[in-house]
Design a protein around this ligand. Sequence first.
Ligand SMILES: Cc1ncc(COP(=O)(O)O)c(C=O)c1O
Length: 387
Amino acid sequence: MNKQYLAEKVVNLKPSGIRKFFDIVATMQDVISLGIGEPDFATPNPILEVGVRSLKSGATHYTSNAGRIGLRQAIAEFLNTHYGVDYHPADEILITVGVSEALYATMTALLNPGEEVVIATPCFVAYQAEVILAGGVPVELPTRVDDKFVLRANDLEAAITPQTKALLIGYPNNPTGAVASREELLEIAKVAEKHDLIVISDELYDQLIYGVSHVCFASLPNMRERTILLGGFSKNYAMTGWRIGFAAAPKELLTGLARVHQYTIMCAPTMAQDAAIEAITNGATEVEIMRNEYDRRRKLIVGGLNELGLPTFEPRGAFYAFPNIGVTGMDDELFAQRLLDEEKVAVVPGSAFGAGGEGFVRCSYATAYEKIEEALRRIKSFMRRHG
Ligand SMILES: Cc1ncc(COP(=O)(O)O)c(C=O)c1O
């Protein structure tokens, strides 16, 4: 076939650095994986039960495009109680198939061809691709370990061009575990206001934070009107496979997302919507149990990596540690490859997450404590040879 059937923008998309790596891991035995970006916990039983009951009671049909009003109300209440930000359930909240679909709907709804979205990197691997698929141009803006991987307002200002339409940030951050403080976000907010940017704030890990508070970007002065807040259930409630999340935004913006969603998705899975109502309404204790366990693992892995001579910034959110592997003299891809070959420990090269990730690797601690202990023993033997 010599005809190019696939669209150029699709052909030119880089394959995810994570996938490539895990295809290799899948063929190996006795690997300890610190590569997985999802909770190792099963969905807590009370939530699971509601999902099962929903199916058994015949909730096997579509819901309204925007999703069950009960879920939108529960999300509105949660956002109000925890972050002091008000969204109208009827027309300012859209239930989506995870933050993944919310990102797709957001970019498709916002971008005209050639418009730029500034993306603070390293970041979740789908951000750049979603912008490209929507015809936009991703502008990567690397953050630095010296700034605790939080975007500097000055850097943002310098990256703005007449084509810049939006800024995309995600705190707590995947892959660094960074959490932005209120003061840091206020600086970013000033620039967003001055240059009339839309701010897409991916707050998927908002409840997985350790010893700090999560600041919802939309709750900052004057930010609600220009923020598209993305959130969900995958990480907080260990519900990755249910495929459920949400977007919240002022009506004028949300209408655009809802239009895209209506024609691509119809509605999020019905039983997942029912389970999500239970999660957000009654799931706080379950979240706390998981958060405490993540925190125990976080201390183990961060302390362990630092002791082994791999400087590791203290992550305050999500479930990732992001050590600097520069002392080994390897780049992050080679480090990850060798660690896998020689010690059967899987980590993800930092460069897979965009500019600023080079020289680091992502170690997920969403895996059992004992496995992390064994991974550290293996990394120790690796560092004896390469440190
Ligand atoms: C920062 C971030 N945003 C979005 C997603 C996608 O999550 P969802 O399962 O809600 O589609 C992930 C998944 O790893 C993520 O880490």
